[in-house]
Structures are given as structure tokens and as C-alpha cells.
Ligand binder design. Sequence first.
Ligand code: 5AD
Ligand code: SF4
Ligand code: FES
Length: 365
Amino acid sequence: MPVSIENILLKEDFSHADLVLLLNAQGQDKTKLYTRSAEVKKQFVGNKVYFRGLVELSNICSKNCLYCGIRAGNTKPDRYMVTEEEVLEAAQFALENGYGSMVLQSGERCDGQFVDTVSNLLQKIKELSGGKLGITLSLGEQTEKTYREWYANGAHRYLIRIETSDRELYYKIHPNNKKHDFDIRINALTLLRDIGYNVGSGVMIGLPFQTIEHLANDLLFLKQLDVDMVGMGPFIEHEDTPLYEFKDLLWPKKERFDVSLKMVALLRIMMKDINIAATTAMQAIDKQGREKALKVGANIIMPNLTPVKYREDYLLYEDKPCLDEDASECRNCLEARIHMAGDEIGFNEWGDSKHFTKRTISTKE
Ligand code: 5AD
Ligand code: SF4
Ligand code: FES
């Protein structure tokens, strides 16, 4: 008897084989997957989308990930660090426009000066907003002491994408050295969780050498890690990076997008109450990429609040959208997109994942 997609979709837990089958779904089967994931989203997280105003603090990075346009080895971008005033202006915009939270993201730096700068920014944002703005950090691997210091200063969510859960593939897309250590990266996620952060991770989809089997394992990995938030999207080649050499091995962009959408839908079914971002990289391939991601299960959007003059220099990948649009333009654009997707915006709320709330209440009992 042929396996029916309906029956697989109703299972409590997907096996690796189920996931491979679902990631390959086409036509009506794919529609059934999206119908199911939209149902799960509606039932478990509702139709509210939360905004996280993103400030790309600095493109100075000490690492050399082989896929990334701002890797230390690329001499093309002008290196910048936003000023405190600019960050606080962005925070003020977020506050005035009802964005519940901000994300501070940057290339990876661990020196004392950077750690202090971030601590100071956290204090100032908390002060300016009277504690109203939630703060997510996406600042790479740091020492436990630094994670604790930033948590004490008011950050309460932290994102570290594992990029791929496959050790061998990890070292095909990173240099194999101490600075790019797979185990340290995985361990960071546990450390952050123990400190008390909402923990986020994610992967890139359609990397050279990556297979559907790898991606099925990535989904199982995120589930096993019990993360609270996920951001994932298609890999997009960047001309000035070492991985560009393998561009002929890549799946066509449309296919990378298609599989990314299925990854979002499947993760929503597997981890019903987490926060999932509709990522900018999805929109770099498909003009309606973020709306499509919302429709099949995502519930978080990160409008860009980085001052426009820096955006050209924060190109992790090609075709990154919103290079010329300022904060107000992106806000208007996103509001329209969210309404088109049939969702509404959760203004003035932190919008922590229900998953985090549940797991922390149950450990306190
Ligand atoms: N394509 C897609 N995503 C990328 N990132 C970095 N470079 C690329 C690329 N070329 C993602 C990584 C990183 C996040 C900040 O941006 O997943 O964790
Ligand atoms: Fe640096 Fe992050 Fe780019 Fe890696 S992905 S080179 S850590 S900015
Ligand atoms: Fe920036 Fe649409 S989100 S222009």
C-alpha cells in the first residue's frame, strides 16, 4: 500500500524517512503539507506576527565562514560600527512604532571593548524604553561570562544558528580550526539555555554538498535541542567568498526557496509553539518570500532599522532586500505584506515564544 501523506502528517513524531519524503513533496502533497502547517500555526500560535527591529551593529568580524560576505578575509566592504546615538534612535523608532523588541546583530568580536559597548547599549535601550523593549542578541559565540553579563544587562533572547547540524558539512563551509569549532557552537546553545535566555538557532538551506537527508537531520536536531526560536533560510552565494567556487553545484534558487518553505512548514508541525522567523533571505529569492513563509507557519519578522548608509556594507549574501529603504518605508511595506498574508501585528508585546514560557514554568514547578 502506498504511504499516504495525510497519515504521515497526522503522526506525533516524524521519522527521518518521513521528513525526507515530505521535503520531496510536490503538487497536491505539498499543498496538503502547507494546509496542515497553517492549521497548526493557527491553533498553537494564532495569527499574530511579532516585529523585532533589527540593528546590524557592525560588520567587523574576526571569523572567516566560507559563505559570508562580511568574513574577515573579504577586503571589499568598508568596516563600520554604528554609534550609540544611532542605536538609540533606532530604539526610539521601535518604541514609537509599537515594535515589541529589537535584535542587535553583528559580526563576531569578543574583545573587552566590544563586550562593554554592548552592555552599555543594553542598559541604555532598557532605560530609554522603561524596560518595554525586549532585546534579542545575535552576536555570535562568546564566553559564558559575557553571555551572563549581557543577560544581567537586560538581553533575554540569543540567536546562534548552527548553520548545519552535520559535522562533516559544517567543516566544508567553515575553516577547520579553533575559531570555527562545531562542538563549541553546539555547546553555546546549552550554555545560553542554562543562563535563562530564550534560545534560537537555525540552518541554511541549499548549501553546496548539502542533501535532503542532511536537512531532515537538521529538523530532528532542532527538535531534540528543544529550541525556542528558529530562523532559517536559503543559502545565497556571494561572489567574494570561497564557497562561490561551488556555485555550479547549487540547486536552482527557486528550488532552494521551495525547500526552505517546506522546512518552515515541517518545523511548525514538529515544534508547534516555537517562534519561527520569516527570514530576509527568503525574500532575496522570491519577492513574496516572507509572506509565503508566514502563510505556512512563520510568526516573526525582523524589520531592518540599521541606518541606510551602512546597509551596503552588511551584505552577507547577494540580492539582500531593503538596501535603500529606511525604517519607515520597511515598516509600511511589511505592514501591507503581513495583512496580505492574512495575519495581524502584535504591537507593543515582547512576543516570547509560548514554548519558552511553558518550559520555564514547568521547570519552576
Ligand atoms: N546565504 C544565506 N545566509 C547567510 N548567512 C550568512 N551568509 C549567508 C549566505 N551567503 C546567514 C547565516 C548567519 C546569519 C547571520 O546569516 O546563517 O548565521
Ligand atoms: Fe562573521 Fe557571522 Fe559572517 Fe561568520 S556568518 S563571517 S561569524 S558575520
Ligand atoms: Fe524593507 Fe519591504 S521590508 S522595503
